[in-house]
Each structure stands twice: as structure tokens, then as C-alpha cells.
Design a protein around this ligand. Sequence first.
Ligand SMILES: CC(=O)CC(=O)SCCNC(=O)CCNC(=O)[C@H](O)C(C)(C)COP(=O)(O)OP(=O)(O)OC[C@H]1O[C@@H](n2cnc3c(N)ncnc32)[C@H](O)[C@@H]1OP(=O)(O)O
Ligand SMILES: NC(=O)C1=CN([C@@H]2O[C@H](COP(=O)(O)OP(=O)(O)OC[C@H]3O[C@@H](n4cnc5c(N)ncnc54)[C@H](OP(=O)(O)O)[C@@H]3O)[C@@H](O)[C@H]2O)C=CC1
Length: 291
Amino acid sequence: MDIEQVGVIGAGQMGNGIAHVFASAGYHVRLNDVSADALAAAQALIAKNMDRQVAKGTMTAENRDAALGRISTTLDLGELGQSDLIIEAATEKEDVKNEIFKALQPHLKPETILTSNTSSISITRLASRTDRPEKFMGFHFMNPVPVMQLVELIRGIATDEETFKTCHAVVERLGKTSATAEDFPAFIVNRILMPMINEAIYTLYEGVGSVTSIDTSLKLGANHPMGPLELADFIGLDTCLSIMNVLHDGLADTKYRPCPLLTKYVEAGWLGRKTKRGFYDYRGETPVPTR
Ligand SMILES: CC(=O)CC(=O)SCCNC(=O)CCNC(=O)[C@H](O)C(C)(C)COP(=O)(O)OP(=O)(O)OC[C@H]1O[C@@H](n2cnc3c(N)ncnc32)[C@H](O)[C@@H]1OP(=O)(O)O
Ligand SMILES: NC(=O)C1=CN([C@@H]2O[C@H](COP(=O)(O)OP(=O)(O)OC[C@H]3O[C@@H](n4cnc5c(N)ncnc54)[C@H](OP(=O)(O)O)[C@@H]3O)[C@@H](O)[C@H]2O)C=CC1
């Protein structure tokens, strides 16, 4: 199936990056959110990130203008009706995602492929609530989307081969690399990455090390580009907690128990960079550890 028109739902940190890479690859993108402010902020951020590419010489000014011209925004889900492919990138909550698909599907063409950028939630279960489980799959980008090479592709139990092949070809046209994961809680990347981040938070909680010593240890001792607490703030602590809960509930093993300190930060509304406070405080010139 030919994909030209792409609908992206959720204009947060992932949605803006997804719109960026699809528009850069020549797709027409309709970006939707429940918040007009989120849409305006996403458009401004995409323009800023593309300006950086132009300044670096990795994109021409002409291509930037054309790519920005291919992105339109809307608060109305119904306006995504002509999309060939939908990528849902709203908040990591199953009921939010189910509600979005329910509201969206009456507007869709029968052949439209539905996908979710979920970090952890069962693709089979999300698909089963829609009118097209065979045309539904996981399309999981990594953060920051314009920089990270990987897209995890996840088939639900009902996903048909044509849907998988179409999504696989889209990843290639984006110039990215796919890895295929079976539909188990948190798939591959987050099954491995998130317990490490959770363990770093336990290490902090138990007083083994401070925020600085934990992040320095993994950066300089294991060559990670970001320390695990810095990365948790970057991903969003609400998203990290949701992923740990999916692992804990879905695999029923206490080794996935979310650290109580992670829960406490989320309850405080300290969600990391996006709220300017998490394991670091981002309100000043440079991030300051909060513990
Ligand atoms: C939770 C999930 O479901 C799955 C996930 O996504 S897990 C998270 C996966 N992501 C990671 O692990 C990221 C780990 N961190 C990194 O790789 C690096 O710190 C980083 C790439 C984010 C930044 O790298 P850095 O060297 O510290 O910074 P910097 O030199 O400023 O940036 C490197 C490049 O990324 C670009 N960049 C950085 N942040 C960006 C952003 N938010 N958006 C777009 N581009 C960005 C910069 O423009 C720069 O581009 P060039 O190479 O063309 O110059
Ligand atoms: N953060 C990360 O590193 C990664 C996240 N993901 C996944 O991507 C998805 C999005 O995450 P992320 O971008 O970080 O989250 P953000 O919190 O940055 O953005 C989510 C956006 O979705 C909006 N939203 C909420 N409900 C709806 C709705 N009903 N319709 C349309 N938009 C809605 C939110 O609006 P409002 O703020 O007003 O509620 C917000 O703008 C999640 O499923 C997450 O697991 C995948 C890979 C990496």
C-alpha cells in the first residue's frame, strides 16, 4: 500500500519528532493534540530543530521550507480521516489511547493503517478494541526521534503481513532501521532499558549514591551518553512509571516493582525536563540535582 498522508496524534516530545522526520522524508503530516498550546509549541520546536540542521548543512533551507509546508495541525481528530497511516503518540495511558482510536475510527478510510508509538502497552489488546486489528501494529520511535536510528516494529497477534511490510517500507523511506519485537510487555528496548533506570532510582533511594555519582558512574564507567537519572528525566518520569507498571503487571514478577521514589516524583508532578523538575531542577541556567 502507498503511504502519502500521515496522521500523528499527540504533539508532545515524541509527536513533534515524528512529524519532523515524516515531513523531512516527503510525507504530508496532519498533527493533532487536545491542546492548542502543545500544537503551537510543537510547530515552533520542529522549525527550530530544522533550522539547526540547515545551520549544520545537513538540510537545505529549501527542503526545510518544503518540509514545514507539509505539516499542518488540527485540534479535530476527524481531520485525520484522509490519512493512509496513523501514528498515535499521546500520553502513555491505555484508556487515553483506547478513547482516541474509538473517536478516530468512524472518520477513517477502510484501508488506513493504525499504529501506536506506545512504549509498553499490549499491541494485541489496543488492536482488539479497534475495528481493524489486522491493520494495527506498534510503531515505536526512540527519543529524540530526529536523532535516534531505531524504530521497533511490533506485530499484534492479528496484524497481517501487508500491514507489517508497509510499515517496514515506511521505516526505510524515513532512513531509519527497524528491529522487530514480539508483543510482550515493553517489547525489547524498554524491557531492558527501563529496569536499569528503575534500578538506578533504587540505588538513589537506598542511599548508595547521589544523583551526580550515579549518572557519572554510568556515563564514565559504562560509556552511556546520558546517566540513567538524566535519561529518566529526558524520557519523562510519568512515562517511566507507566512502563514499569506494565512490566510489573504484565510479567507478574517482583523484579519489575517500580521504585517508590519514582512514584513519589510522579505524584509531586516532577516529571523531568518537560515540567522543569525531576531528578534534576532545570529552572536555572544549568541542571541542578534534586538529591
Ligand atoms: C522510552 C522509550 O519508549 C524509548 C526511548 O526513547 S528510550 C531513550 C532512547 N534515547 C537515548 O537513550 C538517548 C541517549 N542520549 C543520547 O544519545 C545523546 O545524549 C543525545 C543524542 C540526546 C544528545 O547528544 P549530545 O552529544 O549530548 O548532544 P548534542 O551534541 O547537543 O546533540 C547531538 C545531535 O543530536 C541533535 N539533537 C539533540 N537533541 C535533539 C532533539 N531533542 N531533537 C532533535 N535533535 C536533537 C543535535 O542537534 C546534534 O545533531 P548533530 O549530530 O547533527 O550535530
Ligand atoms: N518520552 C519518550 O522518551 C518516549 C515516549 N514514547 C511514547 O510516546 C507516547 C508519547 O510520549 P511523549 O511524547 O513522551 O509524551 P508527552 O507527555 O510529551 O506528550 C503527550 C501529548 O499527548 C497529548 N494528549 C493527551 N491526550 C490526548 C488526546 N486524547 N488526543 C490527542 N493528544 C493527547 C498530551 O496533551 P496534554 O499534555 O494536554 O495532556 C501531550 O501533548 C507515549 O505512548 C510514550 O510511551 C515512545 C518512545 C519514547
